[in-house]
Design a protein around this ligand. Structure first.
Ligand SMILES: [Cu+2]
Length: 700
């Protein structure tokens, strides 16, 4: 692998930490003509951006997406960040963590996939820009995000290797802190690792108040073991992550997290057979439970309106691929799938008769089969062609509710339950995906890419099986009640993309333009269901409509005067319905960032300006509230002393939102917490005020 010396010192330091595990994986599918670049906290291979937790007092791994062009976060709470990529979010974006598709237990995605393993135990978060390969996930309509957690490494010689890292930080804006420790002991054949982290903080303050309640507490533990043969042809790894989240706020949702806890186990074998065939087999199992309520963090909610909801997600996933050299490339044949069961009940602990079977024995099982060829068509011409067939089988048990007037015989709630129980709930979808990407290398540091994709997504279990008007919507946070529709059909997306990568010695520019048409895009529209309307006259029903999304995003940077660099990032997406005149909901406004840093082996000192435009192209169907634009200014400093005995030590200080600008975050949803100070019910949540942070890490 070639590596560009953007700045020798920094590059080497970062490369030393991450190269053994990540750079090769990030670049596995790309023909390495363009060099891989290492910028502070970022790894660029052609077509992929990898982010490494580095600066600032970050907590949720989803926050790292702010460093990826086109990506953003729907943050319903400090630990509940839902990935958004180019205007699509939630179940439309595939999130894989060490090969596992974590399924939220919470029907409102409070335990979103990127919340299971925090940033501090994440090695890299990488996003394939543009059209995700069919091999990257089962349903990848909106793109594919890959989280790799810390896994340790094998020793390279006969010695025993003891490596590890501790990373810790403090934020003033919420008196929040995180501490973490990860250690790995290995020889050439075995490695054993363990680690853990703890994060906690109060509600953060901002110029005009305190954003209540955004307090949080999360403890995570991880253990693992890896084995490889002497010839390194066969490798086996097993890992277990346990997440123990305590009371944490999600002010844009109807309730807050009381707890989320549970574990994910994953095991993987990868090997080379007969010196040329690659075999990779993965298996994962998750069992997580979650409780939320609307009274612990929301002041004095009167007894009749108190609610608690208990949710679970349990199931397994697998993936097996066989890699065969074919022509001037490789053919990858694979099967993958997962079987997940969800349950959710809503109760009032102060009024025992009250119970709603929100989701009862809901299953969503996916069986995927794919073939993908990548290779060279001719000198400087690289080609990828992939096809995938998915069978998605969904079902739901019968439901009931009691303890409130709508559930009396003959009342609307009872009718909705009876109608749902009488409906044909077993659904089978057979979906077909195709991806074709051509890359042409114009020179040793310049490439142009043209891609096309047809991608599908079957409805989520909420979209199909939400049987009475509730705000259990996978975290939409629009304040509206929805009902599902068992007869929804899968979404089909057609996307095209043109990308250009120029990655030279002192400059990189990587603009991309995309267009996408989504046939049968699923969103809420006013329902005609009279029983639902009798419960809430503003109820929306999930419906198949048509939509398109288009935009541009880019990363660029320039290094000058040996030790200085300037970096720039821009993201723009526009999303519209095309069957009627309306905008899509919760689309990130035009945003960008420019940074100027003095960057040497020892010092990193600089400043960033982050700008968000107003978002006035909002959706009418759910009365989405527009937001104003804003600019914030950050100062950051990192120091890595160059003395022998403290090699690996890094201290950081910084001030985020230096001018204490008050602003509303378009993607953070609408406030529902009556105790919020400075934000009315239905108003967008604010961003954090001025934050002084300090970090201390040590790698050995
Ligand atoms: Cu929840």
């Amino acid at each position: 692998m070639k590596q560009i010396d953007l700045k020798t010192g920094t590059a080497c330091l970062i490369a030393a930490i991450i190269l053994p595990v990540n750079a090769a994986d990030l670049a596995d599918s790309e023909k390495e003509i363009l060099p891989t670049m290492f910028i502070e906290g970022e790894i660029l291979t052609p077509g992929t951006v990898g982010v490494k937790p580095d600066m600032g007092g970050i907590g949720d791994a989803a926050v790292l997406l702010h460093q990826v062009p086109g990506a953003n976060v729907n943050a319903n709470g400090p630990l509940s960040g839902i990935a958004q990529y180019r205007g699509l979010f939630g179940d439309r974006v595939n999130v894989s963590s060490d090969g596992t598709n974590y399924k939220s237990a919470c029907a409102n995605a409070m335990d979103a996939p990127l919340s299971h393993v925090p940033a501090v135990l994440t090695e890299t978060l990488s996003v394939k820009r543009g059209i995700a390969s069919v091999s990257s996930g089962i349903e990848t309509l909106g793109g594919s995000i890959v989280q790799q957690t810390r896994r340790g490494e094998f020793a390279e010689d006969d010695d025993i290797l003891f490596s590890g890292r501790t990373a810790n930080g403090y934020n003033s804006v919420n008196t929040g802190y995180y501490v973490s420790l990860f250690a790995n002991i290995a020889n050439q054949n075995h490695k054993i690792r363990g680690g853990g982290s703890r994060e906690a903080g109060e509600s953060y303050s901002w110029r005009d108040g305190v954003n209540r309640d955004t307090s949080y507490e999360r403890n995570v533990g991880t253990v693992g073991y890896g084995f490889q043969t002497d010839d390194q042809d066969h490798e086996f790894d097993i890992n277990y992550n346990y997440n123990d989240t305590h009371m944490s706020g999600t002010p844009s949702l109807p309730m807050d997290i009381v707890y989320s806890r549970g574990g994910v186990t994953n095991a993987e074998y990868s090997g080379v057979i007969a010196d040329k065939y690659g075999l990779d087999v993965q298996f994962s199992y998750q069992d997580v439970e979650h409780q939320m309520n609307n009274y612990s963090l929301r002041g004095n909610i009167p007894n009749p309106r108190r609610r608690q909801s208990d949710n679970t997600a349990e199931g397994f996933g697998y993936k097996a691929t066989f890699d065969i050299p074919l022509f001037d490339g490789n053919l990858l044949l694979g099967v993958d799938g997962d079987n997940i069961e969800h349950n959710a009940v809503i109760t009032n602990p102060f009024n025992k008769p009250f119970i709603i079977n929100n989701f009862n024995d809901v299953t969503r099982d996916r069986y995927g089969f794919f073939a993908e060829w990548k290779g060279d068509l001719a000198q400087d011409w690289n080609f990828e062609l992939g096809t995938r067939l998915n069978w998605v089988r969904m079902n739901a048990g019968t439901v009931s509710a009691a303890g409130a007037p709508p559930f009396a015989p003959g009342k609307p709630g009872s009718k909705l339950a009876a109608d749902f129980n009488a409906s044909e709930r077993l659904k089978n979808d057979v979906n077909f995906d195709v991806v074709g990407v051509v890359t042409h290398y114009l020179s040793s540091d310049m490439a142009v890419e043209l891609g096309f994709g047809r991608k599908t997504r079957s409805p989520s279990y909420q979209e199909r099986y939400l049987w009475m008007p509730l705000n259990a919507t996978g975290g939409l946070a629009d304040g509206r009640n929805y009902i599902g529709n068992v007869d929804l059909i899968p979404e089909t997306s057609y996307q095209a993309e043109i990308g250009f990568d120029w990655q030279a010695e002192s400059v990189y520019v990587t603009p991309r333009v995309f267009y996408r048409y989504v046939q049968d895009y699923i969103q809420g529209t006013p329902t005609q269901n009279q029983a639902a309307l009798a419960i809430d006259p503003n109820t929306l029903e999930y419906t198949n409509v048509d939509a398109n999304l288009y935009g541009v995003d880019l990363d660029a940077g320039y290094r000058f005067l040996e030790d200085w660099r300037v970096d720039f990032r821009l993201s723009y997406v526009r999303g519209r319905r095309v069957d009627v005149s309306d905008n899509l909901y919760r689309i990130a406004p035009l945003n960008g960032q420019i940074g100027l840093f003095y960057d040497t082996e020892e010092w990193l000192v600089g400043t960033e300006v982050v700008g968000y435009d107003k978002q006035t192209k909002t959706s009418e169907y759910n009365d989405e509230v527009p937001t104003a634009g804003y600019v914030t200014w950050n100062l950051r400093m990192q120091y890595r002393p160059e003395y022998k005995y403290v090699n690996g030590l890094q201290v950081g200080f910084g001030i985020e939102n230096l001018l204490d600008k008050g602003y509303r975050v378009h993607l953070s949803g609408l406030n529902r917490n009556p105790t919020n100070d400075g934000t009315e019910i239905g108003e967008h949540l604010p961003g954090p005020g001025r934050n002084f942070y300090a970090t201390l890490s040590y790698d050995w």
